[in-house]
Design a binder for this molecule. Structure first.
Ligand code: KG4
Ligand code: ZN
Length: 325
């Protein structure tokens, strides 16, 4: 089964074709990062207008790369939440129009669930259940116990900022630019871990907290204790990575999982990837960088695993900007 995925939940316009949930035939992403970096963050109104301009060319390029026509597509999967309402609306209405015009089945996908499926698209990986997924993105930090496809239990989440949001805010504080994750990672490579930052552990739960870290960094900067932005970036990155790895491994041990799955934009962070593998006694699946950040192949893959169970969305599919996991 060939599924066409459409993703427009934030600032990336993306289309991809995936065969049987695991094989990428075409994968196109048009990033708006240069447009939004002028404002230091995503401007929702600008994002939805840009999606409108990009969606048709992105789909055409994706089909051309895959050497496929719409007739050779079996089904459509589209992100319907969580995300920016105006951005989600572009993708959902586009996918519904194609599904109706071409008479193909359609399924609406939770963007966060989609992120996990980067692990099924990773060459050489066949994740084993039960698995524990750490989803670390710009808006979410979730620990999800996955017993099978579609069988999820949220066992930990952030109480305040998401991990990606923490990177973005720290980068702004240190005047390093946008988006925060990649610029902090780059600065950290030339820095040393010199600052003492809080551990952000919430006792008795697998939840996360990153706002204390951000506040501590702010205080240090305000009182002139940040001599080197590179050292501050290295210290901040190390603190976030330690929290993520420690919580994940504690949860993995308690739930006796066979596999750890990394997912979401922050999973592109090389220090997180390295430390998770170093410290984990359990096999860790880590998708390639291009599948960690937003793309439509993850949506198509996730869509396939729902479709094979007979699940479908109707043409009254709506967007759900605050959709929980
Ligand atoms: O999953 P994603 O692409 O979009 C959302 O669904 O939110 O994640 C975006 C987030 C941003 O906060 C960005 O700063 C962070 O992922 N990110 C990183 C890295 N690359 C992207 N964080 C740390 N290190 C990176 N290399
Ligand atoms: Zn995402």
């Amino acid at each position: 089964m060939r599924v066409l995925g459409i993703e427009t939940s934030c600032d990336e316009t993306a289309a991809a074709v995936v065969e049987n949930g695991i094989k990428i035939l075409g994968n196109k992403v048009a990033s708006q990062v240069d447009i939004h970096s002028r404002y230091g963050g995503v401007v929702p109104e600008v994002a939805s207008r840009q999606h409108l301009l990009s969606i048709v060319p992105v789909l055409k390029e994706c089909l051309r790369d895959a050497s496929l026509t719409m007739e050779q597509i079996d089904a459509l999967a589209v992100t319907c939440g969580p995300g920016l309402a105006g951005s989600l609306l572009v993708g959902v209405n586009f996918a519904k129009s194609i599904a109706m015009a071409a008479g193909k089945p359609l399924i609406g996908i939770n963007h966060l669930e989609g992120h996990i499926y980067a692990n099924w698209l990773t060459p050489g990986q066949t994740p084993r259940f039960p698995a524990l997924a750490l989803i670390v993105s710009g808006g979410h930090t979730d620990l999800v116990l996955m017993r099978d496809h579609g069988d999820y239990q949220l066992i930990g989440r952030t109480r305040d900022d998401a991990a990606g949001e923490a990177f973005d805010k720290a980068a702004r504080l240190l005047n390093l630019g946008y988006p925060g994750g990649p610029v902090i990672e780059k600065a950290a490579k030339s820095g040393k871990v010199t600052l003492k930052l809080p551990k952000g552990i919430i006792p008795g739960s697998f939840d996360f907290s990153f706002s204390g870290l951000k506040t501590a960094l702010y205080r240090l900067a305000e009182t002139g204790q940040v001599a080197s932005p590179n050292d501050a970036a290295a210290s901040f990155q190390e603190a976030v990575v330690k929290i993520l790895v420690k919580r994940t491994l504690a949860a993995a041990e308690e739930h006796g999982v066979n596999q750890i799955l990394l997912a979401g934009g922050v999973a592109a962070n090389s220090r997180l990837r390295e430390k998770m593998i170093e410290d984990s006694p359990i096999p860790v699946s880590i998708p390639p960088l291009s599948l960690c950040t937003d793309n439509a192949a993850i949506i198509a893959s996730c869509g396939y695993f729902h479709m094979v169970k007979g699940e479908r969305s109707n043409l009254d599919l709506d967007v759900y900007p605050s959709m929980p996991f």
